[in-house]
Design a protein around this ligand. Structure first.
Ligand SMILES: [Zn+2]
Length: 377
């Protein structure tokens, strides 16, 4: 059935709806007559090619539309286009089902099966290098008596920021540009949902549920509003830890992390702590390990060592003593800052995997190319 795109003279909602309905009904009739892949190609070309019906609608409706009607026409054009694409997809699915049904119906008719033919090979999957790195690091802490905790990726502002000592409008929030869930302006700020920017909310959630002493390690996915490049991704992975008890000191923090790094990177690595700032720890530090690639010399033969920028040290994690302000939020569950103390640490699993596997572009981990990922299977 031939369908010609009508010129629009009336740009009212009612007229646009009528034009869209006529177009879709012609598209559905056309789709119903598709019987094989040759028909499907004709159908796709007629409706969705560069000069197809959808393109014609775009010029016939949108280009001549008066300025004040453009938004409405745009809406109806997009809705019509989506439905036509959906119609194509459903027609493809229907053809696949028909072919499968026909094959299935023919199977019993076949006289024999050639059992000498090679079977269908199903490749066995393997851990993704980031997951593998995470699991190895988690195991190091499990051996020290830590249990694994997890929590929601979609968090409230309260758990992601406020309870971690980032008050509303605090400048430290700027360092973690967040992806917010849309349409929540009606809610109080602390209830608004966002994609968590760190795994730290799980620390608060766990302290609300478990009384001290606790020792937990928290692996998980986090998001920030960072454009993707060789060292950034809007989605990445962290591993955090938290230990709370009476009389936990900075010495416990240093001893635990030094031991963990030797377990993970090898017994010859050294660690170094340098002062830093995080809103939820006080004092805070960045921990470096001696470069396990050049052995701390800063050079690889004649070449400068790039992973450690020739310094012999690689920054691995942030850590510190839990700020008493954070304990105030969970005080009623036994975390009186005058009675307990603790330390926390957090590291980027992706960064450690990059270093460990000698990969120089973070994006390679997330493009899903099995030729790349298979190297570590
Ligand atoms: Zn180095």
């Amino acid at each position: 059935m031939a369908y010609t795109v009508p010129k629009l003279t009336d740009y009212s909602e009612r007229a646009l709806e009528r034009a869209a309905t006529e177009c879709l009904s012609a598209c559905l009739t056309d789709a119903n007559s598709v019987r094989n892949s040759a028909d499907l190609k004709v159908f796709r070309d007629r409706w969705l090619s560069r000069k197809g019906t959808v393109a014609q609608i775009k010029s016939a409706w949108l280009e001549d539309a008066p300025k004040d009607a453009r938004k409405l026409v745009g809406f109806w054009f997009n809705a019509t286009k989506d439905r036509i694409q959906q119609c194509l997809k459903e027609t493809e699915d229907r053809l696949v089902q028909e072919v499968e049904a026909a094959l299935g119906g023919n199977l019993p008719d076949r006289e024999s099966v050639d059992i000498s033919l090679p079977g269908v090979r199903r490749p066995i999957g393997a851990e993704h290098p980031v997951i593998k790195t995470t699991n190895e690091m988690v195991r190091v802490f499990q051996k020290l008596g830590y249990s694994v905790a997890d929590g929601p990726v979609v968090e409230t502002d309260y758990y992601n920021f406020e309870a971690l000592n980032f008050p509303p409008n605090h400048p430290a929030r700027d360092t973690q540009d967040t992806l917010f869930i849309a349409g929540q302006q009606g809610k109080p700020q602390r209830e608004r949902l966002l994609l968590r920017t760190h795994t730290s909310p799980v620390q608060i959630r766990t302290m609300e549920k478990m009384r001290p002493p606790i020792r937990i390690v928290i692996p998980g996915t986090v998001h920030r509003n960072d454009p993707p490049d060789a060292s950034h991704s809007p989605m990445f992975h962290q591993i955090e830890g938290l230990a709370v008890d009476t009389n936990i000191t900075f010495g416990d923090l240093k001893g635990t992390l030094d031991h963990a790094m030797k377990e993970f990177f090898g017994s010859s690595v050294k660690t170094s702590f340098r002062p830093s700032f995080f809103p939820f720890t006080e004092p805070s530090a960045e921990m470096f390990v001696s470069c396990f690639i050049c052995g701390g010399s800063g050079r690889r033969g004649e070449e400068p060592c790039r992973p450690c920028k020739q310094t012999g040290w690689i920054e691995i994690l942030g850590c510190g003593m839990v700020d008493p302000n954070v304990f105030e939020f969970v005080k009623d569950n036994g975390y009186d800052p005058r009675k307990v103390s603790g330390f926390a640490f957090g590291m980027g699993a992706d960064r450690i995997a990059l270093l460990k596997y000698g990969v120089d572009d973070l994006q390679l981990f997330f493009q899903g190319d099995v030729r790349f990922l298979g190297q570590w299977a």
